[in-house]
Design a protein around this ligand. Structure first.
Ligand SMILES: C[S@@+](CC[C@H](N)C(=O)[O-])C[C@H]1O[C@@H](n2cnc3c(N)ncnc32)[C@H](O)[C@@H]1O
Length: 197
């Protein structure tokens, strides 16, 4: 199995007992370094990490996965053996809708994936879901910590400055504060596609 855009390997290492051999690739050498360290710390030998995007890999895999990272359908198709599966979860264009509105950020115009793009690339769609999950931030310190941790590269959100963004945070609190804290939405797509055997 290969994981495109694997990041620091935290997620892939959780799957280490589910596959015989796993490869994680990411173009960022820093996160690949961290992933290798984490694998060594955990004593996991069945998971390997390489710097790259998958375009440079010549092997064929039973499964290609991608969680929240860019990919090309042509590359995924080439990486799979006939009968292999691609499984991806992608962040939707309406993610954190109320937060984006409070910060007056433009909504993303296009859905990140569609069944049509996979059919066009020669896949058979086995599952396609679109859904929202509540994400609750319980207190003010956590809200500020979370907003500061977001960045454009990873979340399409440009960080947070308490002085600059005071009005935005007040707008968010006025529309979205509940008894549990501030509630926003995680908008996600999930797709499973097969390469015909
Ligand atoms: C939001 S992180 C997701 C990390 C991991 N998949 C996870 O779920 O925790 C996106 C990752 O995609 C990587 N990335 C950026 N451009 C890429 C590309 N063209 N191909 C593959 N991965 C890419 C980034 O370096 C980053 O580690």
């Amino acid at each position: 199995m290969i994981d495109i855009g694997t990041g620091g390997g935290e997620r892939l290492l959780e799957l280490s007992s589910d596959a015989r051999q796993l490869l994680g690739v990411d173009p960022d050498p820093e996160v690949i370094g961290r992933a290798r360290e984490l694998a060594a710390d955990k004593g996991v030998t069945s998971v390997h990490f390489e710097t790259g995007t998958g375009t440079e890999i010549l092997d064929r895999f039973d499964v290609v996965i991608d969680r929240h990272a860019p990919f090309a359908t042509t590359v995924v198709h080439r990486l799979l053996r006939p009968g292999g599966r691609f499984v991806t979860q992608q962040v939707g264009e309406h993610n954190m809708k109320n937060v984006r509105e409070s910060f007056q950020l433009e909504a993303n115009a296009f859905a990140p994936i569609s069944p049509e793009m996979f059919v066009k690339a020669g896949f058979i769609i086995e599952r396609f879901d679109e859904y929202d999950v509540d994400y609750v931030i319980h207190d003010m310190d956590s809200l500020v910590f979370w907003l500061q941790a977001l960045d454009v590269a990873h979340s399409d959100f440009g960080g947070f400055d308490s002085e600059r963004d005071a009005d935005a945070i007040n707008r968010l609190l006025s529309t979205s504060l509940t008894g549990d804290g501030v509630v926003t939405n995680e908008h996600r797509y999930l797709l499973v596609a097969a390469k015909p055997g």
